[in-house]
Design a protein. Structure first.
Length: 301
């Protein structure tokens, strides 16, 4: 199978490629390739982002993708960027143009978009794919806009469509400024850590489990919207305590209510019954082992 992956150097994109290149032909599209260094000899690579991909129109056409996965997205790795109105201007025009491009290919590939639980907005329970979408930040709103646009576009142009909503994926090679990797790095240095109250319940899923589930959904030719999540609920302070314990750190954790963010949700958890009906029961890595593997990654860097 020929798979075109945009945002290929990112945490999710590069992890998917590393899990898939042995069974599929991969064309990776990203500005950088440092996270792909171990597999560059086994894949095709284009150094570009969605703003400039049209320069490589012939390369992509000649690749004849069966599937296009749009991991690429500008912004969302910080609280400031999540709430930046430029989420729209930096993403929507280019992502829409990309849909027009794949519609012109001789053989129309399946489109897989990577969404976010931020599209759902505020819920105090496990979220299912049928829950009403009411985002409370610009990142979630922009993702939801593109979800609806791409769904209608693909329907009208006879393109198979799937929309994936990951829920708090963590593990080796994650963006270092995100909560789990940033705490691990500080704990390994025995630095004191000041956080908001962290009074949240969150669904965490290890990166290898994410790519396994996504590959299975592709194998099953699934379509529509799918939450990829563990279905488990973790109290965030317990996860932080676990990191401190497993790193044998002397770091002091300071919880400061004045750092709380007004747009954050206290419960961000998913229901994964839909994907289990498609691919069967899930044998997921427990969070203790996932955190241990992630700590090992940073210890070895």
């Amino acid at each position: 199978m020929n798979i075109l992956v945009t945002g290929a150097n990112g945490f999710l994109g590069s992890s998917f490629i590393k899990s898939s290149f042995e069974k599929n032909n991969i064309l990776a599209l990203s500005e950088h390739n440092n996270n792909l260094s171990n597999v560059l000899n086994n894949i095709k690579y284009i150094s570009s982002n969605l703003k400039h991909y049209s320069q490589y129109y012939n390369d992509i056409c000649n690749f004849e993708p069966d599937i296009v996965i749009l991991f690429g997205w500008a912004g969302a790795n910080s609280y400031k960027s999540v709430n930046d109105i430029n989420q729209y201007y930096d993403n929507i025009p280019y992502c829409i143009d990309f849909l027009n491009f794949i519609n012109k290919l001789k053989k129309k590939p399946k489109f897989i978009g990577i969404g976010s639980f931020a599209e759902y907005g505020v819920y105090n329970k496990q979220i299912t794919e049928s829950n009403y979408e009411n985002p409370n930040n610009f990142y979630g709103l922009t993702k939801l806009m593109y979800k609806k646009y791409s769904e209608l576009f693909c329907f009208q142009n006879n393109i198979d469509w799937m929309w994936i909503r990951p829920c708090f994926i963590y593990g080796p090679n994650d963006v270092k400024t995100r909560l789990i990797p940033s705490i691990i790095q500080k704990c390994l240095k025995n630095e004191n850590i000041e956080l908001d109250e962290c009074d949240k319940t969150i669904d965490y899923l290890y990166i290898d489990d994410f790519v396994y589930i996504l590959n299975k959904l592709i194998e099953k030719n699934a379509s529509g919207v799918h939450n990829i999540c563990s279905g488990n609920q973790y109290y965030l302070r317990n996860v932080i305590d676990l990191i401190v314990k497993l790193t044998n750190s002397n770091s002091k954790i300071i919880y400061n209510k004045f750092l709380n963010r007004t747009t954050n949700n206290n419960v961000i958890c998913g229901n994964n019954e839909k994907i289990k009906k498609i691919i069967g029961e899930l044998q997921l890595l427990c969070i203790d082992d996932g955190i241990k593997k992630t700590i090992r990654f940073y210890n070895e860097k």
